[in-house]
Write a protein that binds this ligand. Sequence first.
Ligand SMILES: [Zn+2]
Length: 263
Amino acid sequence: MHDLFHAYILLGPLEETQKEAIKIAKTANCLEKNDGFCDYCKNCVKIEKGVFADLVEVKPEGSSVKIESIRDIIFDSYLSPVEGKKKVYVIYEADKMTLEAQNSILKTLEEPPSQSIFILLSENIKNIIPTVISRCRVIERAKPFKKYTFDKDFVDKLFKVIIEKSLPYEKLDFFNQITNLDDKEAVLEFLSTLYRDVLVAKTNSKVKIVNEEYQDVIKNIANRLCIEEVLKIMDKINKTIEYVKSRGNENIGLFNLLLALWR
Ligand SMILES: [Zn+2]
């Protein structure tokens, strides 16, 4: 028997993850095959056509997947399937779930109803909280993080200004150093993965840490900040990345971000 899990995160381009979700839905509901799916039984055909009552899709409204939509499917997931063997919930752009929405689905993922399968589709795992990730089987259709490396001297300075109380001139000196870098976005992406690692450390989740070589620093930051502070910083970093991408003014974005981190 093709072993199905109760929750998946499918990472990668939407076209591919959507196909994968359909396959999981068919495998869970096929009337002919126990291992995989046949593609011609009543359930497989209905799933393919998008008219299967036990396949429910949730999509973002505006810029986020709202808690109300998540509450609806959580309630529904405790009911018996209408026509199939399993209810399958596909959450599109799952990284757009609000923090509230993620926390509410977390409880269901911890003790999932046996007749239901949750599938989270995402192109970007960055905004999915580690505790949610740790409850799901992650299938990657794309690399979730690009790995950045900087020379040791630069990283040491970066940590010094973020973690320790450095003097104003040291901060300014470091800011000048950053503005002279060719790839400023790399610094932002690096900070983004670093604080995500801090969150992983704080929540003791089993998610892999991206920047393993900086374990000590990650622990150090984790000890100094509470989860809410880490989430706030992650939010600031992500907003700065968006700002830099849309406006192209990297220096202002970086400067504001560093100011926020220094405080
Ligand atoms: Zn079938």
